[in-house]
Design a protein around this ligand. Structure first.
Ligand code: PSV
Ligand code: MN
Length: 401
């Protein structure tokens, strides 16, 4: 796979294997469920409508890729009974061999949150939002999951209709109270998003706001970067570099997009961007990046859900492997001497390498199928779930359930 001789090829192979051995990416429970667009819902025969089906799907993805042993849970969608559902989830973890990952409170779908949740002018509504956050912390603790991952959908649609400044104070209070409830091994991730569902201002619009709120909440609060939550042209890897430098990068929600928060599969539009992000992560010491959680946040409307998820994890593995090929020492030298073209070639040379043969060898060596998508097709799993779940899905009208 390289032109530099057998020794160099061997070293590159080792770098890839080492990177893949340590690579984990969490799948979202909601990525297996029916979703849609603002204009309609597209039901798939094989979509998961129960938490057991979501665990079953997640465990298949893990068995095929060897990289996804945890599944992110969305509290209202997956634990509608709250803490009372924890034993059922634990039983599913045992049955399917995948663990609960990040716990995602839901502060965006109840009617009372129309004007906001933790930034709502009403103290009563903020109190309800806090109660849900505290429940989520408790659920996370009982499940032994590390991260409570907060996305705050609050904002406003028209200038002058809300006090942006007052709402900062409201959020600070609730986030500090949530942080105070975290167990020893728990963290709180603060996600930002500049648009949608609000379109004039969102209360946590960018990484600066998320960082400041996280810092004020306490040391266990970190920033979560969702790759779909930026304005066009934003240099996401620069944000990543800053957050790494500050020790404040909690993790990622990976997805790809062309226009807004499109939830397209990772690397489908701009694989080079994902490579650049992985490069930033791989260019810091192992301890510094140890706490950075990789998660997928996608819902697939047109592609088959299982196929799209397997394809996503494979793509993530391939792009991570490419990033692992960057010769960091050589690159640092070239950067220091401002040898621009050589530095760029050293960097993108790794991106252009076809790592798939080595990734395939690694899969076989680890007892995994060499071609996960082919193995999925041959397993008959999608046909089986389509048959089993088909009639339920045909009747299904509720979104995300
Ligand atoms: C919002 O767009 C988001 O990125 C948040 O992470 C949610 O939890 C997730 O998508 C699912 O709607
Ligand atoms: Mn997200």
């Amino acid at each position: 796979m390289t032109t530099n001789g057998a020794g160099a090829a061997e070293r590159e192979t080792q770098r890839i294997w080492r990177a893949l051995d340590g690579f984990r990416i969490e799948v979202p429970s909601w990525g297996f469920a029916n979703t849609g667009t603002r204009f309609g819902k597209f039901v798939q025969g094989g979509a998961a409508t129960t938490i057991e089906e979501k665990f079953s799907d997640a465990s298949q993805v893990n068995a095929l890729t060897g990289a996804s042993p945890t599944v992110a849970l969305h509290v209202l969608w997956d634990l509608p009974g709250g803490k009372a559902d924890v034993p059922a989830i634990q039983a599913l973890e045992k049955k399917y061999g995948v663990k609960s990952g990040s716990i995602n409170p839901n502060l965006f779908q109840d009617a009372e949150y129309k004007f906001g949740s933790i930034a709502n002018p009403s103290a009563e509504i903020r109190g309800n939002a806090l109660a849900h956050l505290l429940d989520s912390v408790e659920i996370g603790r009982e499940l032994g999951s590390k991260d409570v991952s907060l996305w705050i959908a609050d904002g406003s649609n028209y200038p002058g209709t809300q006090s942006i400044r007052k709402r900062i104070g409201f959020m600070e209070e609730v986030l500090a109270a949530t942080h105070a409830a975290l167990g020893e091994n728990q963290r709180m991730l603060v996600e930002y998003k500049p648009f949608e569902p609000a379109f004039y201002h969102t209360d946590i619009a960018d990484w600066g706001m998320a960082l400041e709120l996280a810092r004020r909440a306490g040391p266990k609060a970190k920033v979560l970067v969702d790759t779909g939550h930026h304005y066009q042209g934003t240099n996401i890897e620069q944000i990543v570099a800053w957050l790494l430098r500050l020790g404040e990068l909690g993790g990622f929600h990976f997805n790809d997009r062309k226009y807004a928060d499109d939830d397209l599969t990772l690397g489908s539009i701009d694989p080079y961007q994902v490579f650049r992000i992985f490069h930033e992560i791989l260019s810091v010491e192992e301890e510094e990046r140890a706490g950075v959680a990789f998660m997928i946040d996608q819902s697939h409307n047109l592609k088959g859900k299982m196929e799209a998820m397997v394809q996503t994890v494979m793509t993530a593995q391939e792009l991570f492997a490419k990033a692992a090929l960057v010769d960091q020492a050589r690159l640092a030298e070239l950067q220091q001497e401002c040898r621009l073209v050589e530095a760029e070639e050293c960097f993108r040379g790794a991106f252009w390498q076809d790592v798939r043969p080595v990734v395939r060898e690694w899969r076989v060596a680890r007892g995994l199928p060499p071609e996960p998508l082919k193995a999925l097709a041959e397993s008959g799993y999608v046909e089986k779930i389509t048959q089993e779940r088909g009639s339920k899905n045909a009747r299904s009208v509720s979104s995300y359930a």
